[in-house]
Design a protein around this ligand. Structure first.
Ligand SMILES: [Zn+2]
Length: 160
């Protein structure tokens, strides 16, 4: 990683793309996802926050906001597995992995000291994990080796 990339996309996932949303957050992409949000609300939200909308529903992209170019969208092909969906999005939107965000709520994770999470991290992980992160918004704690076991190679393949 080489410093700030102001062009990094901000994303709004539709109600069907929760799995992709979680992974994009882990890659550090500012990604909103609201279960059950309807299309009209999603469009309003994305317009207000200038987010790129990700959806597998081609009808969504027939809405005026998209056809006029006011809003950008990325159509996720149907039939892809989650891992392929994530790769599709990161490739098409030129995403580079950066500091992870909270998979649960999109909060910006903070690096915390081992001692600060000793009461919530299992003893074994406390010994082996090198870095611990905490979400200031929802309190979720993350560490490499549990939540991120599969994420290491995936991030490396994407150039992180
Ligand atoms: Zn959180």
């Amino acid at each position: 990683m080489n410093g700030e990339r102001p062009a990094d996309p901000r994303i709004a996932c539709d109600a069907m793309c929760g799995g992709v949303a979680r992974w994009l957050r882990i890659f550090g992409v500012d990604t909103t996802y609201t279960p059950g949000i309807d299309d009209a609300d999603l469009v309003q939200h994305a317009l207000a926050e200038r987010r790129i909308v990700i959806s597998s529903d081609h009808k969504l992209f027939e809405r005026r906001a998209f056809t006029t170019g006011a809003l950008r969208g990325l159509l996720l092909p149907v039939g892809l597995r989650l891992r392929e969906q994530v790769r599709y999005v990161t490739r098409h939107l030129d995403v580079r992995p950066r500091m992870p965000r909270c998979a649960a709520c999109n909060g910006e994770l903070e690096l915390v000291r081992r001692a600060e999470v000793a009461d919530v991290v299992p003893a074994r992980s406390l010994i082996w994990a090198k870095e611990f992160f905490r979400c200031p918004d929802c309190g979720q704690v993350y560490w490499e080796g549990s939540h991120w076991r599969r994420i290491g190679p995936e991030r490396a393949r994407l150039g992180g």
